[in-house]
Design a protein around this ligand. Structure first.
Ligand SMILES: Cc1cc2nc3c(=O)[nH]c(=O)nc-3n(C[C@H](O)[C@H](O)[C@H](O)COP(=O)(O)OP(=O)(O)OC[C@H]3O[C@@H](n4cnc5c(N)ncnc54)[C@H](O)[C@@H]3O)c2cc1C
Ligand code: FES
Length: 269
């Protein structure tokens, strides 16, 4: 091994995003439109923080990269869980082991893990559930007793339940009552006790969760979604209004300043 390769990795090298060619090691269909993809990505795995995302160059007719959250990290591999929405994610779902992906990452500010307290709760809705897995894993690793409340449309949309259950108490709700508890995640959240909330899902759900956390007087972080161009704060494609602590408004980027924000910063209208 040369001296150059053997030298210790610096903080900058870990925190600066890289563009890497990553080999797909597995693709699994979870349900009709939901897929799990595992890729070998040691340079990204060492950088990955809960709540961050990768920007994947998808082939076919797509030009811009597509943002997908990091669901889990194991050794030098990243696990992504995604829903087929259009051409980009359809292309991604058709990858096979051995295929190479051009991936930029890891991007964005993830969940702040300090201040979660002894009993953080992770509240996810639909395809907002995947990034919470790595976050819950990190909370548990730092000695907390985390819980999860995961909401889905119906039984066929339920994902990652056993992964969450392995990390702590996990309750599943479905809108139509076809699995778990009939109702919305907020119905359960208002009956539970917790020291902080981390949430990801549809904006209406995040807003309701943030209101409950505020009423309970606990800190709440929410992961927002916007359509993205560059993913690194250069194109203004993901601009969002944010509220300062003094109540004033400013603009931020979901890709660079988020996707995770303190719920008090978010302008919900
Ligand atoms: C930070 C971040 C993390 C994400 N993580 C995940 C994830 O872990 N799993 C997952 O399945 N999806 C995730 N998404 C959403 C995913 O990026 C989009 O579904 C994907 O880019 C759609 O690309 P497409 O080419 O398949 O569809 P397109 O043809 O680009 O779009 C198809 C439809 O999806 C809508 N759409 C596209 N992008 C978004 C977006 N960012 N937000 C809301 N609606 C969108 C379009 O308006 C259109 O109606 C994430 C998005 C962001 C911003
Ligand atoms: S996607 Fe370009 S600034 Fe956020």
């Amino acid at each position: 091994m040369t001296e150059e390769i053997a030298r210790p990795v610096t903080i900058d090298e870990i925190t600066c995003p890289v563009q890497a060619d990553c080999e797909v090691s597995a693709v699994k269909r979870l349900s009709e439109r939901l897929y799990e993809l595992v890729m070998t990505a040691p340079e990204l795995a060492v950088r990955a923080r809960p709540g961050q995302f990768v920007h994947v160059l998808c082939g076919g007719e797509t030009f811009l990269r597509r943002p997908i959250s990091i669901c889990d990290v194991s050794g030098g591999s990243l696990r992504l869980v995604f829903q087929v929405k259009g051409a980009g994610t359809a292309w991604l779902s058709e990858r096979a082991p051995g295929d190479m992906l051009d991936v930029l990452g890891t991007l964005g500010n993830g969940f702040r893990l300090s201040g979660l307290g002894a009993r953080p709760v992770f509240v996810g809705g639909g395809i907002g559930v995947p990034p919470l897995l790595l976050a819950m894993k990190a909370a548990r690793a730092q000695g907390a007793a985390p819980a999860a409340i995961l909401g889905f449309r119906s039984r066929s949309a339920v994902i990652l339940e056993s992964d969450f259950t392995a990390l702590g108490n996990t309750e599943v709700t479905t809108d139509d009552g076809s699995y778990g508890i009939h109702g919305f995640v907020t119905g359960l959240l208002e009956r539970r006790e917790y020291t902080s909330v981390c949430a990801c899902g549809p904006k209406g759900m995040l807003r309701a969760v943030a209101a409950l956390a505020e009423r309970a007087g606990v800190p709440c972080q929410v992961s927002l979604e916007e359509r993205m161009g560059c993913g690194i704060g250069a194109c203004l494609g993901c601009a969002c209004a944010l509220r300062d602590t003094d109540g004033g408004l400013r603009y931020g980027h979901v890709c660079k300043d988020g996707p995770v924000f303190d719920a008090k910063e978010v302008v919900w209208e």
